[in-house]
Ligand binder design. Structure first.
Ligand SMILES: [Zn+2]
Length: 211
């Protein structure tokens, strides 16, 4: 499996394209907002001859979904996310105006991503971990075989997701991190929704919110 990170939009969100030798790819949290960002995404996919087969959100905050409609329309994909985050899609037009980042409405969640299920594409699979607290329906995607987890806004290098937005809850978030992420092998690479990669072990030792 290969992972491509693109950092887009005024909120500097990390979107991920994950693909394998079959050239099937999944698109996670398309934050492509401006025309040139969408062109960059499209060029990457075309230049690598990838075939997008899934559109996925770790959670449905504005900066993670602002490219949902573009990706859904361009590659004829339906949205997959945890349905407990549907409320964020419903308030996203309003949130876009509030954050001075107006967006096109995202398609609704078509496939509910639940703990214990797998996201399958090509010859690959990612396990779904239910990790609420930053939002009600935040999920993370884990590959044991390739030693990484896509954590959305649950855990960052030396920080954690904010819990002051609707559906956020500090204790729930800390519990998600401890019970779902900190039980993974310490050398697991954590790809977050903002900022640089980190590892489970580094955060267990150094994250000021978890000591
Ligand atoms: Zn978020």
């Amino acid at each position: 499996m290969q992972i491509k990170k693109l950092t887009f939009n005024p909120i500097q969100e990390n979107m991920y394209i994950i693909y394998d030798d079959t050239k099937d790819c999944i698109i996670i949290d398309p934050g492509c907002y401006f025309h040139q960002e969408r062109e960059e995404l499209k060029s990457f996919i075309e230049e690598n001859q990838l075939r997008p087969v899934k559109l996925i959100n770790t959670h449905c905050h504005l900066d993670h979904i602002c490219g949902n409609k573009y990706v859904a329309d361009t590659w004829s994909l339906k949205l997959e996310a945890n349905k407990l985050d549907e409320y964020n899609l419903q308030r996203s037009i309003e949130a876009g105006i509030l954050y001075n980042m107006p967006i096109e409405p995202s398609p609704p969640i078509d496939v509910d991503l639940k703990e214990g299920d797998e996201i399958k594409f090509g010859n690959s699979a990612l396990s779904i971990l239910f990790t609420p607290g930053h939002s009600s329906g935040s999920v993370s995607f884990y590959s044991q075989a390739h030693n990484f987890v896509i954590a959305g806004d649950v855990l960052f290098r030396m920080s954690i997701g904010r819990t002051d937005l609707p559906g956020g809850d500090f204790d729930t978030l800390i519990d998600s991190i401890k019970s779902k992420l900190f039980v993974l092998p310490k050398n697991t690479i954590v790809y977050s929704g903002h900022g640089e990669e980190t590892t489970v072990g580094y955060e267990m030792k150094n994250n000021p919110f978890l000591n």
